[in-house]
Design a protein around this ligand. Structure first.
Ligand code: ZN
Length: 344
């Protein structure tokens, strides 16, 4: 089958577009004819180094995906051939302490598609049936694929970790990235007020068109001061961020007393000053978050359908142009998800 796979680590020269063996479905798995996937920052990480992630080369890239069930067990209760589905890319072991406690997202043996094993930038993928969910009907395959990583990550950050309420204000750093846009969409649908930051006025305008209540240009404005000005000097209840060091100080100063900061990334560095005095005097909560479990994905899909949420797609590339898609993601110019059409 045709697939996008890495044969080493480096730039796009290690990304091959060619033939890989079609996966064989094992009992308990679903074989899916993929129609679409989207790119995530971790795809660039796997291409560039993959350090710290156990994997063997060559490996097919891609975490999220959506397509049509081709084959399942005869006694599979929820899925049937021909059904349009979306994939949850985290394969928890089901046996460790955390899985047994129902916290699959903390699994010590977690394996992600496109990180620890072959992924979704391919014509077919075989995954445990429990990781396969009905596709929201209103979404096309690229839009549905986008839910599996970024929206799920934002969902856990907002609702499981920060427990955002409809009357609260949320600050989202770096609008334009997949998780940030997902957080904006989900927090707005839940009734919260949302303030966003970007270094690009065009992205702020587009975020306002998607419902953002207030935009701060972090290139020209002091973010913490602008946040206080926009909240009558109070500060925000929740900060959602994945930038790390570059925004940490502003994030801490933007929080109201008792506020919660949720982080899921550290692209600008992971060792900011802790500012402990501020944390204990103002009783702030710092929460780490990564991805989300099967139950959270189930809830997210219902929420997306109920609130008619459509993930923002920046661009779509055919599988043959996967390197251009990676370039687009790496440019940082995108607003929303970079999609791959796997039927072409
Ligand atoms: Zn486990």
């Amino acid at each position: 089958m045709k697939a996008v796979f890495i044969t080493g680590h480096g730039g796009n020269e290690v990304v091959q577009i060619g033939d890989r063996p079609r996966p064989t479905r094992r009992p308990g798995e679903a074989l899916i004819r993929l129609h679409a996937a989207t790119l995530n920052q971790v795809d660039l990480y796997m291409r560039n180094s993959g350090a710290g992630i156990t994997h063997t080369l060559p490996q097919i890239m891609g975490l999220d995906g959506a397509g049509v069930v081709e084959e399942v067990d005869a006694d599979e209760p929820l899925l049937k051939p021909g059904q349009a589905v979306v994939v949850h890319p985290g394969l928890a072991c089901g046996r460790c302490e955390f899985c047994q406690r129902g916290e699959g997202v903390l699994c010590t043996g977690m394996r992600f598609l496109g990180e620890h094993r072959d992924g979704t930038f391919a014509e077919w993928v075989a995954v445990p049936a429990r990781n396969v969910f009905p596709k929201p009907e209103a979404l096309d395959f690229v839009q549905a694929a986008a839910l599996g990583v970024n929206h799920l990550t934002a969902w856990r950050m907002l609702f499981t970790q920060a427990r955002v309420k409809a009357w609260e204000t949320v600050l989202v750093f770096g609008i334009g990235g997949g998780v940030s846009l997902a957080a904006l969409q989900l927090a707005k649908a839940a009734g919260a007020r949302v303030i966003v930051t970007s270094r690009d006025d065009t992205k702020l305008d587009r975020a306002r068109a998607l419902g953002a209540d207030h935009g701060i240009n972090s290139r020209h404005q002091d973010v913490a001061k602008a946040v206080l000005a926009a909240t009558d000097g109070r500060g925000v209840d929740v900060v959602i961020e994945n930038v790390g060091e570059a925004v940490w100080s502003a994030a801490m100063k933007s929080l109201v007393r008792g506020g919660r900061l949720v982080t899921c990334g550290a692209t600008s560095g992971d060792q900011p000053p802790a500012d402990l005095r501020r944390i204990f005097i103002r009783q702030l909560q710092i929460l780490g978050s990564t991805h989300g479990d099967l139950a959270e994905f189930h809830d997210l899909l219902r929420f997306v359908t109920r609130h008619a949420i459509v993930p923002v797609i920046d661009s779509r590339f055919p599988l043959d142009h996967a390197r251009d898609a990676l370039d687009r993601l790496e440019s940082g110019q995108q607003f929303g998800k970079v999609g791959l059409d796997l039927l072409a």
